[in-house]
Design a protein around this ligand. Structure first.
Ligand code: NG1
Ligand code: ZN
Length: 531
């Protein structure tokens, strides 16, 4: 077939280095940018097949998120803006690892297994972060799409969640919004302005926020959005990429893992600051107190703030909708306890990786999911959304109920339900703080985090570690879990687990205990047990 001839011809221009094996991990493929050209071309092929198979627009995002500037990565976005389905992750791995002379066989194998109609048209949208390697790699993706006769549209520099948004808009005939960056800014800004009308007396301090852009795409996009917000939020962007290097000593991952402020942000005591990661799908907040101590408000604090807010207004509106919070093993023990015992919401734990949280959150009327690292969003079921919108427009309902439903409706519109989104989450948090009249200190005081530590350990082969129970227990190698249990018993209020990273060639260690010193020692000891 002519199509396959074209693939054969073009693939020679994107050769696979012999013997290189990569895995479609937690968030797609990630490795050094120089090893990714063939992967990108092949993900273009796969996206075209997925588009034909689903008869929908598919997204391909070129980014390595919080990883170093020299790295890159790629992930596929399914029709409703969600992560690509697991079976296709396996195809991605097969296709990426096929040696050059086996590529067509691997491709035909997928076509056969999925009964892809090759006469169907394919349409793929592309986006990329600000890494120097991203433009060329994105070109390799569109070469892949074109060599199967597919068409593509390149959004160029966009945040990961913006591309998810575009995919969803395109496949729902504009119901979710308009599939342009301007459409995205307009939708979010309108909802934000609508929501903050319910907090008419905000002071200048409350309207001002400092943002660490991680020297990445989020900084650029925030500046584009500024005028849409009509001064209802005044953002000072630091680490905007003009000088510093992407993710270096800044950004959400750095702040979360180091538990210290990013470089390049001037902070004064009590001031609200936040950090995005390199592709702006994560956010964490923080401040320094008058004694100079740093306080981090991570994904768990964000989940608590947002779910408490939603619960309050659901009650005010008299809407009987079930709300649940989904976390991972990295969630601080204090947060899970507070959510379950004090707030009385259902709390669930899944494996690391947004797709797992997202999937679980879909089971509820309202599913709030956040990874401790600040990646998360809220999902509203179709029925929940309908009930909220109906009540918001119900002239027979009491003023109090209708107004509460209007607040919920604007919140629905402000949230990017396709994926965690730093810009959208930031606006939600700012609106909630405004409506509740909370300072960042008051938000922080809702519960106190248990001291914790995260470490990375380099091992010969991280895949020898197998886990169960949402990654909280190691089932292999033999004896490892017993060793961890023995270490954990030495400390009060302690917990620890290990798991192989899906984005880096390391094993991650997490610990919690009554004091920072104990958490640090426990993490270190568990690290030695892994090594
Ligand atoms: P890995 O490398 O699998 O731990 C990391 C994050 C995930 C997720 C992905 C995607 C931690 C502990 N892990 O995955 O939560 O955000 O990157 O970027 O933060
Ligand atoms: Zn990211």
């Amino acid at each position: 077939m002519a199509q396959f001839e074209e693939v054969a011809k073009k693939s020679v221009l994107h050769p696979k280095p012999d013997g290189l094996i990569l895995q479609y991990g937690t968030a797609g493929f990630r490795t050094r940018a120089r090893d990714l050209d063939h992967v990108m071309f092949r993900m273009g092929l796969l996206a075209a097949l997925r588009s034909k198979r689903t008869k929908s627009t598919i997204g391909v995002m070129v980014t390595a998120s919080h990883n170093p500037e020299e790295d890159n990565g790629v992930k596929l976005i399914d029709p409703l803006g969600e992560m690509v389905t697991p079976a296709w992750e396996d195809y991605a791995t097969q296709l990426a690892n096929a040696e050059q002379n086996g590529l067509l066989t691997a491709l035909k194998d997928i076509i056969e297994k999925e009964a892809v109609n090759m006469d169907q048209e394919a349409f793929v949208v592309l986006g990329r972060d600000t890494r120097p390697s991203s433009e060329k790699l994105s070109q390799a993706v569109s070469d892949g799409v074109a060599s199967l006769g597919g068409k593509s549209h390149d959004y160029g520099l966009v945040t990961t969640p913006q591309l998810h948004f575009m995919v969803c808009c395109r496949n729902t005939q504009g119901q979710y919004g308009t599939s342009t960056t301007e459409g995205y800014y307009r939708k979010l800004a309108q909802a934000f302005i609508q929501l903050t009308k319910h907090a008419p007396n905000r002071t200048d301090d409350q309207k001002h926020l400092k943002v660490d852009g991680a020297n990445g795409i989020g900084a650029l996009k925030l500046k584009e959005m500024e005028s849409f917000l009509q001064k209802e939020l005044q953002i000072s962007v630091f680490n905007d990429g003009r000088e510093g290097k992407l993710n270096l000593l800044c950004g959400a991952d750095y702040v979360k893992v180091q538990q210290s402020p990013p470089q390049g942000v001037q902070m004064t005591a009590g001031e609200r600051c936040c950090s995005f990661d390199g592709d702006a799908d994560r956010i964490v907040y923080y401040y320094v107190d008058s004694a100079g101590h740093f306080h981090l408000l991570d994904g768990d604090k964000i989940a608590t703030l947002i779910s408490a807010f939603l619960k309050e207004f659901l009650i005010e509106a008299g809407l009987d909708l079930q709300i649940a919070v989904v976390q991972t093993a990295y969630a601080n023990g204090s947060s899970s306890r507070y959510l379950g015992e004090t707030m009385k919401v259902d709390v669930y734990c899944t494996k690391t990786g947004v797709k797992h949280l997202h999937h679980k959150a879909q089971e509820f009327d309202i599913g709030v999911y956040f990874e401790a690292n600040g990646h998360g969003t809220v999902l509203f079921s179709k029925a929940a959304e309908r009930k909220i919108r109906q009540l918001a427009n119900d002239q027979n309902a009491s003023d109090k109920r209708r107004k509460s439903a209007q607040i919920l409706e604007s919140t629905v519109d402000l949230i990017n339900q396709t994926v965690g989104d730093a810009i959208s989450d930031m606006l939600v948090i700012e609106a909630v703080l405004a409506l509740k009249g909370l300072s960042i200190q008051q938000w922080d005081a809702i519960y106190t985090d248990l001291p914790n530590r995260q470490l990375k350990v380099k091992v010969a082969d991280r895949r020898v570690i197998d886990t169960a129970d949402a990654e909280r227990r190691a089932v292999s190698p033999a004896g490892l879990q017993e060793a961890i249990d023995a270490l954990v018993r030495k400390y009060n209020m302690s917990r620890a687990f290990v798991r192989p990273s899906g984005t880096e060639d390391v094993v991650r260690v997490y610990s919690e205990a009554d004091t920072q010193g104990n958490a640090d020692t426990l993490a270190y000891e568990v690290g030695l047990a892994v090594y």
